[in-house]
Design a protein around this ligand. Structure first.
Ligand code: LLP
Length: 412
């Protein structure tokens, strides 16, 4: 199993900073970005902040030239704080509040509109706003149902079917304070089936044609979203270059018919950061039951939610040990039976005190972590070319109680 960082260094970092611990390798993030950038030459790469919003990570991607895809005022403020140009920030969400809309307009970012009610809220501000619409192309991306977002029944976007999206553009074109500049879709996450991307792109481009032919609307950009999967089990899967080979020719073909070439935007999150991160935890006990063997570790779904939430598979390695032993479930320390980080994994002889690495934890790891079971959230470390930096301190006990108030009479 190929590790991002040498085992000895990981063990040393666990000793120095304690566990659980998220560790990221800066050079891998930069390489991942370059891979996308090269595959989609000339396109705008909007990093999907939700994958990992740690400031140092966002700064690395800004330095590389990434724009930002944000989904809340918090992410929007983070992107602004990191120094992303407002015109390079696209704000997507299906339930934006009026406050979020005002803030987005005042900041000058692009609002990716999800409903007619939202369009009306924007109109009511009377302020000049740049918008795109998120459209729903109704394709099945063949991924976990919880992360499929452009299916017929999904809550996101305006359907291309029945001219729902077309009508939204028509309404927007009649509003004096609204400037229509793009169209966006995002069909899901951890997608390895390239046909769903090409089907959706065809539908999107057909729609862009209709906007031009029926309404004379010419867009500055088309945003095809994120969603490219990574190889969690080490299997061969399509890469950015394969995705580009599938969708760019479609966009080109339609651009000729359109008579203009919209800019291409993408919103990768996972691909840029997932394999740049590893989560370390420590074995607290090894327990054999008449039915199963368990390795109990000092983190759980409060730290890495993905296995419990999506049954996702992450490779798991006992550091400094080799050989084959028995099969174990790696059990988290949260008091719920669903808190299993890996099932039926064959591990080398494992003992209390061993350090376990959970691979490919850089995306949707820390960003989905919580304090459930009153466990402070872990530290984050960045391994740079010539140094190791703490980019987020481990939370302490006080963080569990911050901001809480107890009425006086309850104390005695
Ligand atoms: N754009 C939009 C509008 C999105 O909603 C998402 C992800 C992305 C881009 C980035 O997708 P990516 O390239 O990372 O697949 N927590 C789940 C993933 C949820 C993704 C939600 N939206 C997980 O751990 O698998």
């Amino acid at each position: 199993m190929c590790l991002l960082i040498a085992e000895e260094q990981l063990i040393e970092l666990a000793e120095r900073f304690g566990t659980p611990l998220y560790i990221y390798k800066e050079s891998r993030i930069r390489e991942n970005f370059d891979e996308f950038k090269t595959a989609f030459e000339g396109a705008k790469i909007c990093y999907a902040y939700k994958a990992n919003t740690s400031l140092a990570i966002c700064h690395i991607l800004r330095q590389k030239g990434a724009a930002a895809d944000v989904v809340s005022e918090g992410e929007l403020r983070t992107a602004l704080r990191v120094g992303i140009n407002p015109e390079d920030i696209i704000f997507t969400n299906n339930a934006k509040t009026n406050e979020e809309i005002e803030f987005a307009i005042d900041s000058g970012v692009i609002i990716n509109v999800d409903s007619i009610d939202e369009l009306n809220s924007i109109a009511e501000t009377g302020k000049p706003a740049k918008i795109s619409f998120r459209v729903n192309p109704a394709v099945d991306p063949k991924t976990h149902p919880k992360i499929a977002t452009g299916m017929k029944e999904s809550k996101f976007g305006l359907h291309l079917e029945k001219d729902t999206a077309l009508e939204a553009y028509r309404k927007a074109s009649e509003l004096s304070n609204v400037e229509i500049i793009g169209v966006q879709m995002h069909i899901g996450s951890q997608i390895t089936d390239m046909t769903s991307f090409s089907d959706a792109t065809e539908k999107l481009m057909e729609f862009v044609m209709r906007l031009k032919n029926d309404m004379g609307i010419q867009l500055r950009f088309i945003d095809v979203g994120g969603g490219l999967g990574i190889s969690y089990a080490g299997e061969e899967i399509p890469k950015p270059v394969d995705l580009a080979a599938r969708i760019l020719p479609i966009i080109k073909k339609y651009s000729i018919e359109l008579g203009y070439e919209p800019d291409v935007w993408l919103e990768p999150g996972r691909y840029l950061v997932a394999n740049a991160g590893v989560l370390l935890c420590e074995v607290q006990s090894v327990k054999k039951t008449p039915y199963k063997n368990f390795v109990n570790v000092n983190c759980g779904f409060n730290v890495l939610l993905r296995p419990a939430m999506y049954d996702s598979f992450h490779r798991i390695k006992v550091l400094g040990k080799t050989g084959n032993g028995e099969k174990y479930d790696i059990a988290g320390n949260i008091c719920e039976s669903g808190d299993i980080l890996g099932r039926e994994r064959e591990l080398p002889p494992v003992e209390k005190g061993d350090i376990i690495a959970i691979l490919d934890a850089g995306a949707y790891g820390f960003s989905m972590a919580s304090q459930y079971n009153s466990r402070p959230r872990p530290a984050e470390i960045l391994v740079r070319e010539n140094s190791v930096e703490v980019i987020r301190e481990r939370e302490g006990w006080e963080d569990l109680w911050r901001g809480q108030k107890v009425p006086d009479d309850l104390i005695n």
